[in-house]
Design a binder for this molecule. Structure first.
Ligand code: IZC
Ligand code: ZN
Length: 420
């Protein structure tokens, strides 16, 4: 049989399971590991998957000896604020002095300072900057991700950010799911006129639909930002217009964002550090994915992490993401998030691999395309420099990716530094 690519001698092939719903409860801890595996790729898709000793039937244009390494699906990062201007390193000293994140924002800093910088950065420069961050993400094994707007808070800049994501999607073979996060903060000029600001952001939905600039909407539902009632109103209107729903929920205060997400059939509820027991129960009753962001809790210097074990045991579908952004989690590294999930969320290696592949794909509606290696699926995969799948969360803070493939094509390789 003629194929484009044959990869063989795989020590452990990580095979997250595709079910009709995101993986919940005990299912999250089940991961199929196939030893001495091989698979073939034709026209960008996996055309065969089996044992390494069956490969003599194939004539391949290219053959890769995996040398007993671990291979997994490409990682999926379902929550990033990829596109922004400037940076906020001067806020680190404020954080060290104990000024809370929401206080920095209330004083016109934080998100609002990035808004200022993003408004002042031309589209071309935003593209160049986002490309660097995106390439770093890819180098850590990501082949599918989500990217939010939310640093414009006005029509032109929100659309500019979304157009940058569209452009990045054209420039790279990876998939970027676009989310409109217009209600990310209240501009100083709209203080006391929050309803008017929300109306203004809602009025952009038709333009975004017409230009096909986003599949999802999101809102920062938090004390001093948007209330539950405002979030409900915005999300409901977006749902009516055909958008999928996401929500920054219960990160700092338990406002009931998880319950709202479940009630509205949101695709995901994200953060959930302060989720209530009722919120956990409501999520468990639905397929709304709980996207946990332990990098943010770590970066904000907090001791209390999202109650991942409680959520998994209650039967909620859990996924993991970086939350890459210039304020509360400045890292593109999904592997670091996997280590934090082990150390801080007490998730098992099996749960973690499922949470960064198939469940994170569900969290952005990509479950039919990403997060699983199987015949007929897109050949997005990573070859890892690790002896077994448990090793990755254990050895933290470095890059274990040896090479990253998207649609059967090599898109990143560790040897790029040592040009041969
Ligand atoms: O720029 O601080 N939490 N939004 C909500 C963020 C963090 C991003 C930021
Ligand atoms: Zn976020």
């Amino acid at each position: 049989m003629n194929v484009d690519l044959l990869i063989y001698n795989i020590g452990q092939l990580i095979l997250p399971r595709f079910c009709s719903t995101p993986l919940k409860g005990d299912q999250l801890g089940q991961l199929l590991i196939k030893e001495n595996a091989a698979f073939a790729v034709k026209d960008g898709l996996i055309s065969w998957l089996g044992n390494s000793d069956e490969i003599h039937n194939f004539i391949a244009i290219k053959k890769i000896d995996a040398k007993k390494k671990v291979v997994s699906p490409g990682l999926v990062d379902p929550h990033t604020h990829l596109v922004y201007g400037g940076s906020r390193e001067q806020e680190l000293a404020l954080k060290q002095a104990g000024v809370p994140y929401l206080e920095i924002l209330a004083n016109g800093g934080g998100i609002l300072s990035t808004v200022e910088a993003t408004r002042n950065t031309p589209e071309g420069k935003l593209i160049e900057k986002a490309r660097k961050h995106l390439e770093t993400m890819i180098s850590f094994g990501v082949t599918t991700l989500e990217a939010k707007s939310g640093y414009g808070l006005d029509r032109d800049t929100e659309l500019k950010q979304l157009r940058v994501v569209k452009k990045l999607n054209e420039l790279y073979p990876i998939s970027i799911v676009s989310t409109f996060l217009g209600p990310h903060a209240i501009p100083l000029t709209y203080r006391g006129k929050e309803e008017r600001f929300l109306q203004k952001m809602t009025s952009l939905l038709d333009d975004i639909n017409t230009e096909k600039l986003a599949e999802y909407v999101d809102i920062f539902c938090e004390t001093g930002v948007f209330t539950i009632e405002q979030s409900h109103k915005f999300l409901l209107e977006a749902k009516r217009k055909g958008f999928g729903l996401k929500i920054h929920a219960d990160e700092i205060d338990p406002l009931g964002g998880a319950e709202l997400a479940a009630n509205l059939g949101a695709t995901s509820a994200d953060h959930l550090v302060a989720i209530s027991d009722e919120g956990i129960k409501r999520l468990s009753d639905t397929n709304t994915v709980a996207v946990l962001l332990p990098g943010t809790t770590f970066y904000l210097g907090k001791d209390q992490y999202a109650p991942a074990r409680k959520m998994i045991e209650a039967g909620a579908a859990v996924a993991l993401a970086t939350d890459f952004n210039p304020g509360s989690c400045v890292t593109e590294n999904m592997q670091l998030i996997m280590s934090l999930a082990a150390l801080k969320l007490k998730m098992s290696p099996e749960e973690i691999w499922n949470a960064v592949t198939i469940n994170s794909a569900w969290a952005i509606g990509q479950e039919a395309e990403s997060g699983v290696l199987d015949v007929g699926r897109k050949a997005d995969f990573v070859i890892w420099n690790i002896p077994n799948y448990q090793y990755l969360p254990y050895h933290f803070g470095v890059n274990h990716a040896a090479s990253v493939y998207c649609g059967g094509k090599l898109i990143w390789n560790e040897s790029r530094i040592l040009s041969d």
